[in-house]
Write a protein that binds this ligand. Structure first.
Ligand SMILES: [Cu+2]
Length: 494
């Protein structure tokens, strides 16, 4: 059943299963609200194991400057609850999938075999790949077939990306079943190469009483998937042990369907050094928290407490994503940072300058994108979310740009919910938030591919598309995307 057919039911269900708005978890962990597990048959996910180092996808290319590998998307069973096997869909049998770890300048060739019972694609989220290699819904990979994706990684692309399915109307389902993994591009002159590094991919999972991933509900398709437990590198509340005082670079990826991660680390401030598309011009901080919207990534530098044998919690703090109280997330613990019993080490220094974030220059065109919703009424949050009042149609072109043109896009959110808007094909920069004379300039320049646009606000981004073809513009709350909150940008050759 499609969401638009059961809006009334969604509304009816809302009052009964959701607590009122505003009753948040405050700073404490695990208050049962939206965001806590709906059901796991009384059994809890295994938790508290050491943080897993993610497997790396092996490079089969014999020569340098090339990366060649295979991915198989297939059903697989994993033991997540004691005594039960959970059926998942995984890349190469791994939760999360293997990290693609490559270098600027590499030519990448990855064959993807689809052993799933439905169409899939692999979208190389945030990377400037040609439109026909982008894994958009326009290019489905049929069950039983293999698709080779091939693209170059230009210099300047070093950063933390990810890959995930982007099949028409089933992206939320496929990601909820386990299909997501990091894609890291490294620079030869990385100014933070001296820092030990940890990649943390945050995903969500919601199991039913039989230990199986529960399908999307009407409420999920209204406010985004609810009731998931957060996993870091596939583990619930893992423990990351470090020597006291040590400094590390953490690449944190939000691969959840809909969960905004307002991250804070007890007893620690940290420094923001990178966003979706790589390093900032200069470190930003110290910060007590950072908001990572669905699909976004951050790189932060953390210097652990010098106290031996101490434990600290990395937490997603309470965060409301609508003005109705339907999509509030309680605080939830993500990971324990534990210092070992060893003597402290001296912290490492972050350079004052990282990597220039070049200005795109003045815009030659402006666009306005309006996030709208249908079904406004008593329970406005239950409407369909749309772009410019229209649901996605892959046979329609909604916006036209020209290769190489710098454009300013004002994204205006007229809905009752926050939406993280992702545009394929390039990285862009946030210029300002707010409209007209009320606009506030972005505090620093950064490359992003997903911009959070809170309810009732506007954000203006500056963007240049360098390759022709059709690109997706969509909300990265995956249920919204699947239900039609997506548009097509056609980039035409000059
Ligand atoms: Cu949305």
């Amino acid at each position: 059943m499609k969401r638009r057919e059961f809006l009334g039911m969604a509304v009816a269900g809302a009052g009964s299963i959701l607590p009122g708005c505003g009753g948040g978890g405050g700073g404490s962990a695990g208050m049962p609200m939206v965001g806590s597990p709906i059901a796991s048959g009384g059994a809890a996910l295994t938790q508290g194991l050491p943080l897993k180092s993610l497997a790396t996808l092996a490079n089969a290319a014999p020569e340098s400057g090339r990366f060649a590998a295979s991915l198989v998307a297939a059903p697989a069973g994993l033991s997540l609850l004691e005594g039960r096997t959970t059926s998942l869909w995984l890349y190469n049998g791994l939760l999360p999938g293997p990290v693609v770890d490559v270098r600027e300048g590499d030519r990448v060739r990855i064959a993807v075999e689809n052993r799933l019972p439905l169409d899939t694609t692999v979208h190389w989220h945030g990377l400037p790949v040609p439109a026909d290699q982008d894994g958009s819904p326009l290019d489905p990979v049929r069950p039983g077939s293999t698709r080779v994706y091939e693209f170059d990684l230009p210099s300047g692309t070093a950063g933390t990306y990810w890959y995930h399915p982007h099949a028409h109307q089933t992206t939320a389902q496929q990601v909820s079943m386990g299909l997501a993994a990091p894609f890291i591009v490294r620079a030869g002159d990385d100014p933070l190469a001296h820092l030990p590094e940890v990649t943390m991919l945050v995903t969500g999972i919601r199991l039913d009483a039989n230990g199986q991933v529960s399908p999307g509900t009407a409420m999920d398709f209204t406010v985004g998937r609810q009731g998931e437990q957060l996993l870091v590198n596939g583990g619930r509340l893992p423990v990351h042990s470090v020597r006291p005082g040590s400094t590390q670079r953490w690449r944190i990826l939000n691969a959840t369907s809909a969960r905004y991660l307002r991250l804070a680390l007890d007893g620690h401030a940290f420094t923001l050094v990178g966003t979706d598309g790589g390093l900032l011009g200069a470190p930003v901080g110290p910060l007590s928290e950072v908001l990572v919207a669905p699909a976004q990534r951050v790189e932060i530098v953390v210097t652990a407490s010098a106290t031996p044998g101490a434990r600290f919690t990395l937490r997603a703090q309470r965060h409301a994503i609508d003005t109705m109280g339907m999509g509030s997330y309680a605080a939830e613990d993500l990971l324990t940072l534990a210092t070992t019993a060893e003597s402290p080490v001296a912290p490492l220094v972050i350079p004052a300058a990282l990597r220039p974030v070049a200005s795109l220059g003045p815009a030659v065109a402006r666009k306005r994108v309006t996030l709208t919703q249908s079904g406004m009424g008593m329970m406005a949050g239950a409407g369909s979310f749309l772009i410019d009042g229209r649901p996605f149609d892959m046979n329609r072109v909604d916006y036209v740009s020209t290769v190489g043109d710098v454009e300013d896009w004002e994204i205006v959110n007229q809905t009752m919910m926050d939406h993280p808007i992702h545009i394929h094909g390039t990285q862009f920069q946030l210029l300002s938030r707010g409209s007209g004379s009320f606009a506030t300039p972005a505090p620093y320049a950064a490359w992003i591919d997903t911009v959070d646009v809170p309810s009732g606000t506007a954000a203006t981004i500056r963007m240049r598309q360098d390759m022709p073809g059709k690109r997706m513009v969509h909300c990265h709350i995956l249920e919204h995307e699947d239900e039609g909150m997506m548009a097509v940008l056609e980039v035409r050759p000059r």
